[in-house]
Write a protein that binds this ligand. Structure first.
Ligand code: S3P
Length: 169
């Protein structure tokens, strides 16, 4: 397996699991949020403020298109599944893994995470974050080849399951 793409809501562990998977497989990790920041030359929060979410989503799509043939572990941003075009690209990729978690666990992680500034979660109540999550949940499911339940598990345990499943494909 030369490419593993991780999808899931904010706080699902895409970056952390991607990092561990890269270590275990020797593949390079590509983090979408970093690729976006490199491309736009400013923070995601500033870009949202100045140009709006549609412009951000367009940058995200161009990076996904460029990633189609990339070898490596690709950690996407939580909103990647919103556009139908992106879901079509994801469905054509060989190994897209949905890191699934209970909604309340995700919301708690997003609220407690002070390191990442996320325009769609910043200064929002748990109810408002749930409103962002709920319409997305089925889109993650339909875009993934493999679904991994992550609630209450350690990153190491999750990585073991992924490598087990991917190794058998
Ligand atoms: C977003 C998730 C963020 C980042 C941006 C928008 C979203 O990535 O791409 O703030 O719409 O869910 P993470 O999922 O890595 O936090």
């Amino acid at each position: 397996m030369k490419q593993i793409v991780l999808i899931g809501f904010m706080g699902a562990g895409k970056t952390t699991i991607g990092h561990l998977l890269a270590k275990e497989t020797g593949l390079t990790q590509y983090d979408f949020d970093e690729l976006v920041v490199n491309k736009i030359g400013m923070s995601i929060a500033d870009y949202f403020d100045r140009f709006g979410s549609d412009a951000f989503r367009a940058v995200e799509t161009s990076i996904l298109e460029e990633s189609a043939d990339l070898s490596g572990i690709i950690s996407t941003g939580g909103g990647i599944v919103l556009k139908e075009k992106n879901r079509t690209i994801l469905k054509e990729m060989p190994c897209v893994i949905y890191l699934k978690a209970d909604m309340m666990a995700l919301i708690e992680r997003v609220v407690l995470d002070k390191r990442n500034v996320r325009p769609l979660a910043e200064s929002k109540s748990p109810e408002e974050i749930a409103e962002v999550y709920l319409p997305r949940a089925p889109l993650y499911e339909e875009s993934a080849k493999i679904i991994i339940e992550t609630t209450g598990r350690t990153p190491e345990d999750i990585v073991k399951e992924i490598l087990n499943k991917v190794g058998k494909r």
